[in-house]
Write a protein that binds this ligand. Structure first.
Ligand code: ATP
Ligand code: AMO
Length: 429
């Protein structure tokens, strides 16, 4: 029976293993084959004088990154990785890799990001890359687990839509028979409609599509968003929910991913306690003191402004009380001060991770806000109708999963956190 490489120890005496040939070293009378699978490495040592003809033939023919099956005796060895080695009595090449390889999996030669992404299947054989996706899987698990425990219903909404939700960023049109259709920018309108349906607490983890024109290290054209919506809740309730979810996700990664974190050699820290709440007006003051550009109240925060404020804050934080004019039409203005609204962004010191708000649940006010933003309520009829038949007050947010993983692991580029990223120039693989 096949044994994962990590579990091969001298105590088991003999083993049958499969894996990829990570490295080959030939020292004349001796040759070494470092095998790799998702659990680790194992050295196969061939003593040429003692090995069978069949083993010698396969060993001579095999190339790096081929898939092989080896069985033999397991012995202690202080010079081999993990302090043990296997002496092959059987050596089969299951799938031979062509040479030269498109990129060096053993990391002796570093490849450009584009070469790596073009050959993601090979790139992801590198333990440092695989570790990122093990952690991303744990993040997904922790988030889902947390939300289920909080009583949320997991929903799946359509990604083919007839209208924009967010504004500000462009839509991708798609060919949909004789209708005009687009890829959805956010499940925003759908999660709100499920509040009208009485689901009370919903979440969705799914793709969002944004035709961002520029290539940046923190924007994708297809991102993964963690979206929640909660009825009978205000912006403060969902900010509390968000910070608890983030902390518990970090804690889960800390508890379950120590090998992957060690492989990445990253400075991983679980954020502590409450994230400070910084009103937008104060955030603008901080930014205008530290950034070399004109910044006025009412401006969106540029990336440079975000970084300057982040440096000052030094930890995760919220920016609250945004000007109503620069947040989407669905954000609820304060009753006594309608120029500002119950919207927030949740920030990592390096970038925005989430936007959210208490939403407008009153039909007339929502139509008024849409008109103020230059949108035509007629094209949002499917969304507006539920507000006429019993819409509870509600609030929610969306977190970019890719940015969450990127900032958690201090990755230099969002593409590192995505298996098959989509950007301005990339639609394959
Ligand atoms: P929003 O908060 O409006 O949904 P967003 O999530 O894209 O937008 P960020 O990604 O945090 O917001 O963007 C912060 C800042 O980065 C923006 O205000 C802008 O200055 C800059 N920015 C946003 N999108 C792009 C882009 N596609 N290309 C270059 N810079 C951008
Ligand atoms: P927003 O547009 O701020 O809010 O998006 C929410 C979060 O999604 C992530 N994100 C992206 N990540 C990578 N590339 C992109 N192009 C990209 N665009 C967005 C970010 C961002 O903070 N409907 C609201 C959410 C709500 O109010 O519930 C929304 O979509 O991390």
């Amino acid at each position: 029976m096949r044994i994962p490489l990590r579990e091969v120890t001298p105590e088991i005496q003999t083993a049958e293993v499969t894996g990829w040939v990570h490295e080959i070293r030939d020292l004349g009378g001796l040759s070494f084959y470092i095998l790799r699978d998702r659990t680790g490495f194992l050295q196969a040592t061939i003593i040429k004088k003692k090995a069978s003809e069949a083993v010698l033939k396969a060993a001579k023919e095999v190339s790096r990154e081929s898939v092989v099956k080896i069985s033999g005796i397991v012995k202690e060895s202080d010079k081999a990785p993990g302090g043990r080695e296997i002496i092959p009595e059987y050596f089969e090449i299951i799938s031979k890799a062509e040479t030269p390889l498109p990129l060096d999996v053993s990391e002796k030669v570093l490849a450009e990001v584009d070469t790596r992404l073009d050959n993601r299947y090979l790139d992801a054989r590198r333990p440092k890359v695989a570790a990122i996706f093990q952690i991303r899987s744990a993040v997904n698990h922790a988030v889902t687990d947390y939300l289920y425990k909080e009583g949320f219903i997991n929903i799946t909404t359509s990604k083919v839509v007839a209208a924009a939700t967010e504004g500000g960023t462009e839509l991708f049109p798609i060919a949909y028979f004789e209708k005009e259709a687009f890829l959805n920018q956010s499940p925003q309108l759908y999660k709100q409609m499920m509040m009208a349906a009485g689901f009370e607490k919903v979440f969705e983890i799914g793709p969002i599509f944004r035709a961002e024109e520029h290539n940046t290290t923190k924007h994708l054209n297809e991102a993964t968003s963690i979206d929640v919506e909660v009825s009978f809740a205000d912006h403060n309730d969902v900010m509390n929910l968000l910070e608890n979810m983030i902390v518990s996700t970090y804690e889960y990664v800390d508890k379950t991913c120590s090998d992957a974190l060690n492989t990445l050699e990253t400075d991983f820290k679980v954020p502590t306690g409450k994230f400070p709440r910084l009103p937008y007006s104060e955030a603008i003051d901080i930014a205008s003191l530290s950034v070399d550009e004109e910044i006025a109240y009412g401006d969106d925060l540029s990336s440079a402004a975000e970084r300057a404020i982040g440096e000052e804050m030094g930890e995760h934080y919220f920016i609250t009380d945004w000007p109503t004019a620069i947040k989407p039409y669905y954000a609820m203005p304060y009753e006594d001060e309608p120029e500002i609204c119950r919207a927030f962004d949740m920030m990592h010191p390096k970038m925005e991770l989430s936007s959210g708000a208490q939403r407008i649940h009153q039909y007339d006010l929502l139509v008024e806000q849409m008109e103020k933003k230059g949108l035509s309520p007629e094209s949002f009829e499917f969304y507006l109708k539920p507000f006429k038949y019993g819409m509870p007050p509600h609030a929610g947010w969306g977190v970019g999963m890719d940015r969450l993983v990127m900032t958690m692991l201090d990755l230099p580029n969002i593409r590192e956190a995505v298996l098959f990223p989509r950007d301005r120039h990339r639609v394959t693989p």
